[in-house]
Design a protein around this ligand. Structure first.
Ligand code: ATP
Length: 230
């Protein structure tokens, strides 16, 4: 919500910079890890919370594999990366199996629980282009800073088109990697160009093809051991 330069207030206490990385993670793959590593380096993130969603509103057409598997794979993928934290923030609640999770609610909850943190939300360009369909998206754009990862096939200059004109703020020095809004900033991670998708991983497994290198090694072992996506 504030500029990157404001991460460490002069008072001495270190202000944590944390990012939320939401998704279905069905399964988590090498593209997710590449994006998170690039974001961690560029924004000096103290923590990145990987948040598999029990029931996201946008991908409801397809049956997801059970949350417990998706969460376990995220936890395995995080194990080798200091600062990567598997999160249960959008875990299913017993008795509320059909509860749909909205990003705005998750972001507000993190703000309430960690009011002093500088909060970012990481997402791929494909997802950002869909943001006008998200619940309270105008409030969401005000609620935190964003890190948008480039994704093959998606033009980053199209991102501006989905932002309501009145949201734009003044930028003193125009920066091609940043969109300055009145209440937040949108950072473009242009160095990432991973072709991997969960769809590709699932399709390869259905066809009994190798997924070696497309997912972290521990995740590959888990998928094969549990015979997932067969
Ligand atoms: P699917 O193929 O099932 O649609 P996915 O590969 O897009 O899944 P998600 O779990 O939906 O994976 O992704 C979580 C977030 O990570 C989304 O914001 C998505 O845009 C982003 N993301 C996924 N893969 C990449 C990638 N290769 N490069 C950049 N961002 C990515």
């Amino acid at each position: 919500m504030t500029s990157h330069a404001a991460h460490k207030p002069s008072g001495g206490a270190h202000r944590r910079s944390v990012a939320l990385f939401g998704g279905t993670f069905d399964p988590v793959h090498a593209g997710h890890i590449t994006v998170a590593q690039a974001a961690q380096r560029r924004f000096h993130l103290d923590a990145i919370y990987f948040i598999p969603s029990a029931r996201p509103p946008h991908k409801s057409q397809r049956e997801l594999i059970p949350f417990v598997h998706r969460y376990t794979m995220v936890a395995l993928a995080c194990a080798d990366h200091p600062g990567f934290v598997p999160s249960l923030a959008e875990a299913p609640t017993p008795g509320y199996a059909s509860h749909v999770f909205y990003t705005i609610d998750t972001v507000r909850r993190f703000h309430r629980e960690h009011p002093d943190d500088h909060l970012f939300f990481i997402l791929g360009a494909d997802q950002f282009l869909e943001i006008p369909t998200w619940k309270n998206y105008e409030s969401l754009l005000d609620a935190c800073d964003f890190i948008i990862a480039s994704r093959p096939g998606f033009r980053l200059d199209a991102l501006r088109l989905v932002i309501p004109p009145e949201k734009f703020g003044r930028s003193l020095a125009p920066d091609p990697h940043k969109i300055v809004l009145r209440k937040s900033e949108i950072h473009l991670l242009t160095t990432v160009a991973s072709h991997v998708s969960s769809t590709e991983v699932r399709e390869r497994l259905e066809r009994k093809q190798s997924i070696h290198g497309l997912v972290p090694a521990r995740v590959e072992e888990y998928i094969l051991g549990q015979a997932l996506y067969r």
